[in-house]
Design a protein around this ligand. Sequence first.
Ligand code: CO8
Length: 257
Amino acid sequence: MDYEILKLEITDGIAIVTISRPKAMNALNTRFFNEMDAMVAEISANKNAKAMIITGDGKAFVAGADIAEMVDKNANEGSAFSRLGQNTFRSFGEMDIPVIAAINGFALGGGLELAMGCDFRIASTKAKFGQPEVSLGLIPGYAGTQRLSRLVGMGDALYLLMTADMIGADDALRMGLVQKVFEPEILMEETLKIAKNISRKGPKSIKKVKSVVRKGLEMSQIEGEELEAKQFGDLFGEGSEGKEGMTAFLEKRRPEW
Ligand code: CO8
């Protein structure tokens, strides 16, 4: 696919995807979702890509769904546009590799929903977060009503969703909405360090820990534990990643995955 909005750079096995539509604050339109679906497929097929980082160009990460595109939609088209984004953001969770949001600026509405679809979030001290949909007479449509409460709990989620308040990186960190905050000049460098650190771990362990945690959130505790036991066992066979990791530890050498 010819990308107009997304830029891809792969360095040292880390795929950096930059959303670049700065004149519209990187607002998410249909073209964006089509490009992101193609990008997820391309990176998933690239065996050299060990992690994916998503960031924004300019002063926004993403300032939401494209209001100009949405304004003329009817009810069915609104639901279809909602499902389009839900599917794309769900696909981040289905990738084998970590997907990390590097939030450089405004992460509002659909932009925060995009970030929440990632595995975790690293933010600049300048980043701003919010779910302003109720100010537009809307609610989040890209799974924000579901992911925000799971990530930060019902009180903070409903506070953000009902007030439409914009919060800074400190509050986002306190709520657990982001995991680390860095000065803007070092945001990408530090996020790359985190991604590279993960890329040195066992790739099957990373894939499994991601899927067990994510699937476990949709199961009862006991079902989740059963899934964990099964996946844990899978790492033990002859020639498995677990055998190599544990043997390397005992032999005081680096594992070879
Ligand atoms: N959609 C379309 N265009 C946008 C958007 C957006 N979400 N955000 C900014 N822009 C455009 C502006 O219209 C402006 O365009 P122009 O230069 O042609 O006038 C340009 O970007 C620059 O924006 P501003 O001049 O407003 O820049 P400021 O620095 O003054 O302000 C803000 C930056 C605070 C980010 C401000 O632009 C803003 O408040 N934007 C809207 C934020 C918002 O309400 N986002 C939520 C959108 S709704 C949503 O995301 C729902 C998701 C679920 C959808 C479900 C599908 C059905």
